[in-house]
Ligand binder design. Structure first.
Ligand code: FMN
Length: 421
């Protein structure tokens, strides 16, 4: 469950003393217990939390640890939810909201929803063909899909035959030749944007996930046995594909003796360019002729610097709480970043987006659009393409309803005055 604001003192003491009136709000003392839907039909998921519960019922512990886990004490992970929860709406009264619009423009192109699917690696761990399923759901909704360097399908296949805004996320490793080859390939594949992730040159310590390995690349016997006890996951991944996924886009760079699934992931980790700096971003800018975003910034001054380096946009992000622990959330930095760069730079933000109201808060604070990471992964793990589509549909419904309740007719009209802390 997401972080809740502390229970107001009076209600808390009433509830604890047992003297709470029968009509006391259910969520304050968790009675009656609320149940999430964890069955098989994505159409029955009412919230993203239901899709999350469905995913949890399918995935073995090691895949779940990878999906959910944050770094170290997970304070950054928690901050992402808390930062969103700290903002409260101040609805505009008596506004005619009979017509409402969620449409916006991103890089000059109209878009029906202010959403972008964030890059996530190892998607094949959740379902065979998950990258393509996410791409299909994105294309159907008219929103961009960002494919990770560590994805499990060739970038040419992910978008084939789809009317997709296909973005390519670049991890800088094996600099400069690997970078140059991947950039050239993304250009040939027709990608609209290159998203350079800069916050993972040193891999975060994801303890939850790490405990499933005896040493780099080797799952514990317990994790392997546990996976064998998850038949639905086995059927949707290993049996369907006949084995572990492959990092299709970078495997050619990995030495033959390291080409096992986890072994190659750990090998790439070791090759990440720890000398990545602003000069290299400028060189990537010179190589890439289309839209360029820098992902993983948290300091407003760095957002201004990205604009100077020639980026068209940034993603304010702490990598879903998976890298440096105890950071601010991207949302925390958003108002100041927007103030510094004005309207001249596209700003996306991510971290903890699970509700339509979360998206509206980010837009009101100055984001052009919002990236979703785990939300669509829950969907795809739960029910493949239909699950990913259900995530987007839930967020759409929630955004539309919240916009109306807020007294705003278009997401373009959201501004900080609808929020208070
Ligand atoms: C399972 C998983 C894998 C991820 N892999 C990548 C990746 O390959 N490249 C990247 O730039 N970010 C990666 N991220 C971070 C996401 O792009 C995004 O910043 C983050 O998920 C947003 O937070 P949220 O999951 O709370 O929505 C990953 C996140 C998750 C949860």
């Amino acid at each position: 469950m997401r972080a809740e604001a502390p229970m107001p003192g009076n209600a808390a003491s009433l509830a604890k003393s047992g003297a709470a009136p029968a009509s006391s709000p259910a969520q304050l003392d968790a009675t009656p217990a609320r149940h999430l839907y964890a069955g098989h039909d994505p159409a029955r998921a009412v919230t993203v939390e239901d899709l999350r519960a469905m995913a949890h019922s399918i995935l073995p512990a090691f895949a779940l640890g990878y999906l959910e886990g944050g770094a170290e004490e997970e304070q950054t992970l928690a901050r992402n939810l808390a930062a969103l929860a700290a903002w409260r709406f101040l609805p505009r009264a008596l506004v005619d909201v009979s017509q409402r619009s969620l449409a916006t423009t991103l890089f000059g192109r109209p878009m029906p929803l202010p959403l972008v699917i964030a890059p996530t690696g190892l998607n094949g761990l959740f379902r065979a063909g998950a990258d393509r399923m996410l791409a299909e759901a994105a294309a159907e909704a008219g929103i961009p899909f960002t494919q990770s360097t560590m994805s499990n399908m060739a970038m040419e296949d992910v978008a084939a035959g789809l009317d997709l805004r296909h973005w390519w996320q670049l991890y800088v490793f094996g600099w400069p030749s690997v970078t140059e080859q991947l950039i050239a390939r993304a250009e040939r594949a027709g990608c609209e944007a290159l998203v350079v992730t800069i916050d993972a040159q040193i891999f975060g310590d994801r303890a939850w996930s790490g405990r499933h390995f005896t040493r780099p690349g080797h799952l514990t016997w317990g994790s392997i046995l546990g996976a064998g006890l998850h038949p639905r996951w086995l059927a949707a991944t290993m049996l369907r594909r006949r084995g572990m996924p492959v990092f299709e886009n970078i495997i050619e760079f990995v030495p033959r003796e390291h080409r096992g699934f986890y072994d190659s992931a750990f090998w790439v980790r070791g090759q990440m360019d720890k000398g990545l700096d602003w000069d290299k971003i400028a060189r990537i800018r010179a190589l890439w002729p289309r839209k360029l975003l820098v992902k993983g910034l948290l300091r407003p001054a760095d957002v201004a610097r990205a604009a100077e380096a020639g980026a068209d946009g940034v993603v304010l992000s702490n990598h879903g709480g998976r890298q440096l622990d105890s950071t601010v959330s991207g949302l925390d930095s958003l108002p100041e970043a927007r103030r510094l760069v004005g309207d001249g730079l596209t700003i996306l933000v991510d971290g903890g987006i699970r509700h339509g109201s979360d998206v509206l808060k980010a837009l009101a604070l100055g984001a052009d659009a919002v990236q979703i990471g785990r939300a669509t992964l829950y969907g795809v793990a739960a029910a493949g393409r239909a699950g990913a589509a259900r995530t987007i549909a839930i967020l759409r419904e929630e955004m539309d309803r919240t916009l109306g309740l807020l007294g705003v007719t278009s997401v373009r009209d959201l501004s900080p005055d609808v929020l208070t802390r």
